[in-house]
Design a protein around this ligand. Structure first.
Ligand code: HEC
Ligand code: HEC
Ligand code: HEC
Ligand code: HEC
Length: 369
């Protein structure tokens, strides 16, 4: 009997080992640890070597287009309807059009944005969105250079990766249809959603933390500031929202909490890494992009591009980061396209951008559960 159990145990162990080595989702050596904080604090980024290689491979920046000769007539003189790129030479303008096509619509080509009968025509919503995207990219590379994107910068490819719709976008999440459930209200949580790592934490955190520039500065902060309570403090639900957001941020960057925090005391800035400061600005940048660049496009996007609540598709950390702590392996993608780093001439929507008449006005935001 005993021998039989030993043999059976050995067989099970063997099969489990084979399963572990042969199936996805298991972390197996060799590991590649990277020290993030002071020695002894356990602040390490632990990935597998194979995982690191796969991550680097999946985040290659495309080679920039060959430079064109300087000079020649300006695009504004050659073309009829250029509102953002008029200062470029016509050659440089065309170079950028070709690159934009590779970055955003390689399969669809120029016709994704253009009515090829008349290139100056603005009738396609894609072209009107792209014009705003040009301004947004300039805004990111100029206004947010010091605080977040540094010399690396972004191009359309950072988010789009060869797709008209970036892989990582978000809409307001109405949650499951509460009327048909057993419990009428789930308080915005207890549903396994991917954005919070399939935990039961609140799923509406993007709308709560990433949509508005006037979000109070302490919205994410939940730790007490004093040893003994001096006031009522925040409810436990706020702590759950903060943890949900933090899980989403960690996933977006492919890191763990110690990439930014010394978990001895997560709130203390003095013990946090510089990454946390970059992330703090990243949160503000995301709010800025969503409020000033994406949301005003509500009347431009056709209804089939809007979310279940009628809101526009929006940006979060993963839109640029795509699971890597440095998007596109930290390549300085904007170097070869200085026109995308110029300060935006006017932050407003370009004049003469008609809202699509067929589009109903954006639905009002859903009431908070
Ligand atoms: C992702 C959208 C997009 C794609 C793809 C695209 N364009 Fe454009 N194109 C624009 C936008 C936006 C403008 C207006 C730029 C401005 O206002 O400064 C424009 C303007 C132009 C103009 C100026 C027309 C005029 O007279 O006003 C030409 C020419 C042009 N594009 C050529 C091309 C060619 C050729 C391709 C394919 C290789 C292409 N575009 C692909 C978005 C796009
Ligand atoms: C910070 C990330 C980001 C950058 C950088 C960016 N985009 Fe976008 N883009 C988005 C998001 C988010 C959407 C909304 C997705 C959707 O349309 O459903 C979008 C939508 C678009 C669309 C409309 C696609 C459709 O059919 O709905 C076009 C066209 C476009 N972008 C062009 C560009 C161009 C051209 C550039 C570079 C000048 C650029 N984008 C840079 C995030 C970005
Ligand atoms: C990419 C950097 C980054 C990662 C990774 C990260 N955080 Fe944070 N965390 C921040 C920033 C930035 C703030 C402050 C946000 C603010 O003040 O607006 C913060 C705030 C917090 C707070 C609130 C602190 C306070 O002042 O009350 C908690 C709790 C927290 N994080 C926990 C976590 C946990 C748990 C993880 C891992 C699941 C994690 N964080 C991962 C950057 C990060
Ligand atoms: C518009 C694109 C974009 C968005 C959106 C974005 N980032 Fe970044 N982020 C970058 C770029 C580009 C870099 C690389 C800068 C460099 O190489 O110095 C970067 C770098 C970082 C770093 C430093 C990583 C390192 O290894 O040095 C952190 C931390 C970070 N981002 C956190 C965030 C968080 C958190 C969010 C969301 C709240 C966010 N980012 C949103 C573009 C973006």
């Amino acid at each position: 009997m005993r021998t039989l159990l030993v043999v059976a145990g050995a067989v099970v162990a063997l099969f489990l080992t084979i399963a572990m080595l042969g199936t996805a989702g298991w972390t197996r050596p060799p590991m590649a640890g990277q020290q993030i904080g002071y020695r002894g604090t356990g602040m390490d980024l632990i990935r597998t070597r194979a995982g690191n290689e796969a991550l680097a491979e999946a985040n290659q920046a495309p080679a920039p287009a060959d430079p064109v000769e300087e000079g020649g007539e300006k695009a504004s003189a050659v073309y009829q309807n250029v509102k953002v790129l008029g200062d470029l030479s016509a050659d440089n303008f065309n170079r950028l059009m070709v690159s934009m096509t590779e970055w955003v619509s390689p399969e669809q080509g120029c016709t994704y944005c253009h009515n090829t009968e008349n290139m100056a025509d603005d009738s396609l919503y894609q072209k009107r969105v792209a014009r705003r995207m040009l301004q947004m990219t300039q805004h990111i590379n100029s206004t947010w250079k010091e605080k977040h994107v540094h010399e690396a910068g972004v191009t359309c490819y950072t988010c789009h990766r060869g797709n008209p719709v970036p892989a990582n976008i978000w809409f307001e999440n109405p949650g499951p249809n509460a009327k048909s459930g057993f419990i009428a209200r789930n308080n915005g949580q207890n549903v396994a959603t991917p954005e919070v790592g399939l935990t039961s934490l609140p799923y509406g955190v993007y709308a709560a933390f990433y949509a508005h520039k006037n979000t109070p500065d302490d919205a994410i902060r939940v730790n007490a500031q004093s040893a003994l309570p001096e006031s009522k403090g925040k409810p436990i639900q706020d702590a759950e929202k903060t943890f949900a957001l933090m899980i989403s941020m960690s996933q977006s960057l492919g890191v763990n909490c110690t990439f930014c925090h010394n978990t001895r005391s997560v709130a203390q800035w003095g013990e946090s890494t510089p990454n946390r400061v970059t992330a703090w600005h990243g949160i503000r940048m995301v709010r800025d992009l969503n409020e000033d660049y994406l949301s005003p496009l509500a009347g431009t996007f056709p209804p089939n591009r809007l979310g279940p609540q009628g809101d526009v598709p929006k940006v979060n950390c993963a839109t640029c980061h795509n699971g890597a702590n440095k998007p596109l392996n930290g390549a300085h993608v904007v170097d070869a396209y200085p026109e995308l780093a110029k300060p935006v001439a006017s932050a407003d929507m370009p004049a003469g951008t008609p809202a699509q008449p067929a589009t109903p006005p954006a639905a009002p935001p859903a009431p908070k559960p």
